[in-house]
Structures are given as C-alpha cells and as structure tokens.
Write a protein of this length. Structure first.
Length: 294
C-alpha cells in the first residue's frame, strides 16, 4: 500500500475512533447508544436521563422508575420519532410534556399510572401513528376530544385499563385508525355506550381479543360480549333518545324563568300603558268639558 493510501486509512480509523468516543461521551450513564438510538431499558432510572445526544430518533426508557417526563429536556430531542416508556411510574403530569417532540410517530406509555387522558396530553403530536396506553389500571377517563389532533393515529391500545366508557366520536373521528385494543376493561353497558357499540359493529377497525371485550356492569349483562349487548340495550333504551338529562332540565328551567320574567315585564309594561292611556283620556275629557263651558 502506498504511503498516501496508508495515511488515508489511518485518518479513517482515527475519525471512526473519534466518532465512537464521542458517542460514548454523549451516552447517558448505564445506557447503550448506537446510531440515532439510546436504550436505557431496566437501568432502575428514577429520573429522565441527561446527556442524550440531540440527534436521537429512538429513545427506549422501558422498565425503569421514571415518574415524570420533563417537557424542556424532551424538547431538545426535536428529531425524536420513537419513544418507549412502558413499565415506569408515569402519572398525570403529561399535559404538554410532548410539546417539543412534534415528529413523534410511536409512543408507548403502557404499564404506568395514568388516570386520565385530556386534550392537552397528546394534542401536539400531529404525526403520531401508534399509541399504547394499555395496562394502566387506574386510567378511568379519556376525554371526548382527547385525540382530536391525532388524525394520523392508526394503532391505539387501551386494553386492561379502568375505562368504563368511551365516546364513539373519540375514536370514530380518527380517519386512519385501523387497530383498537379494548379488551379486559370494566365496560359499563348502559344506554350511554350504545352508540359506541353500534360504531364497533359498523367500523372497519380491527379489534383484537374480541372475546374479552365484555360488559362488566350492570350485573344482568356481566361477561356478555359488547357487540352482543347491542340487542339487549336496544330493547332497554328504546326511549333513550327522548329521555331528558340533567343539562336538559337546567336548560328548560332557564327557558321557563326567562318566559316568566318576560311575562312579568310585559304585564308591567301593559299596566303602565293602560294607566298612561287612562290619564290621557281623563285629561282629554276634562279639556273637552272646559271648552264646552267656555
């Protein structure tokens, strides 16, 4: 090999060595790093790791004790597309946590301590395609508009949570949804959930483990598969559309009060007009009498 060739080879080895060294320097303690990926699985981390390379696209924090995702630190990872945080201690401090990772496509928050999902939780993740929030036993509420901005969502798993109800529009308005996990939840099969069950039957979405998508309450429908409960609910809820809810009664009371108040005002105004007319008529008659006397 010529001297020039040897020099080029040595330069390449040096540069590669520097690259590996730099990667090791920028890798969080206890984690393993490779090109665009940081893997901190099972490191008993108590907090979000520091010194994560800014060009990281795949971050795995699975099986740790992380209870909080700092929005500022996450925002530095602007190119992040894959985030796996399953089996941690994450709770309800996630609103606006993902405001800086707008390129995120895959997010796994399963096996955590979530109790609710609001519009602010994932509203910044416009490119999100896979969301796993299963195995959060205390997750009892997913707001109606929780996924309003996540129109690219294709895979959603809410299995094995504490959900008793899910509004049909929450998932029905997701045009790209293809997979929805719903099994082993304590679904309350009453008239409110009938629209959701009808959507399940008419939808082209795939529901895995359908044998375990069953009613938990009321007792009469326990263990009945939710699609099969539709017939029973249709029978029980035939007059459901005509029933009035609490907000309907409040509105009707408000309308009745307005009508009552308007009636009083109209009566007062009519009385005032009648009095004015009576005074005017009396005065006119007196004037006519005075003119006749003159």
């Amino acid at each position: 090999m010529s001297p020039a060739g040897r020099w080029q080879l040595l330069s390449l080895v040096f540069l590669l060595g520097m690259g590996v060294a730099s990667g090791n320097i920028n890798c969080p303690s206890g984690c393993s790093c490779r090109y665009l990926e940081v893997n901190c699985t099972g490191q008993r981390l108590q907090e979000f790791p520091t010194a994560i390379p800014l060009d990281t696209r795949r971050l795995i924090l699975a099986a740790n004790n992380v209870s909080y995702l700092p929005a500022v630190e996450l925002s530095f990872l602007a190119d992040l597309v894959y985030l796996d945080c399953h089996k941690n201690l994450l709770g309800d401090d996630l609103d606006f946590a993902f405001i800086g990772v707008v390129k995120l496509v895959y997010l796994d928050l399963s096996f955590n301590n979530l109790t609710q999902v609001t519009f602010s939780t994932f509203s910044q993740l416009l490119r999100l395609m896979v969301l796993k929030i299963s195995d959060n036993p205390n997750l009892a509420v997913i707001e109606k508009d929780a996924f309003a901005n996540n129109t690219w969502l294709r895979h959603l798993d809410v299995s094995r949570t504490g959900l008793t109800f899910l509004d049909a529009s929450t998932v029905g308005d997701l045009p790209n949804l293809r997979f929805l996990g719903l099994s082993d939840n304590p679904w309350h099969c009453n008239c409110s959930i009938l629209d959701f069950i009808i959507w399940m039957r008419e939808s082209k979405v795939h529901f895995p483990d359908t044998g375990n998508i069953t009613c938990y309450t009321p007792e009469a429908l326990r263990a009945l598969k939710m699609p099969a409960a539709e017939v029973q609910l249709h029978s029980n809820c035939s007059s459901y559309q005509t029933q009035l809810h609490k907000h309907d009664y409040i509105f009707l009371c408000f309308v009745a009060f307005c009508m009552f108040f308007a009636g009083i005002m109209a009566a007062c105004l009519a009385g005032v007009c009648a009095v004015i007319y009576q005074i005017y008529s009396s005065k006119r008659e007196e004037d006519e009498e005075d003119e006749e006397k003159d």
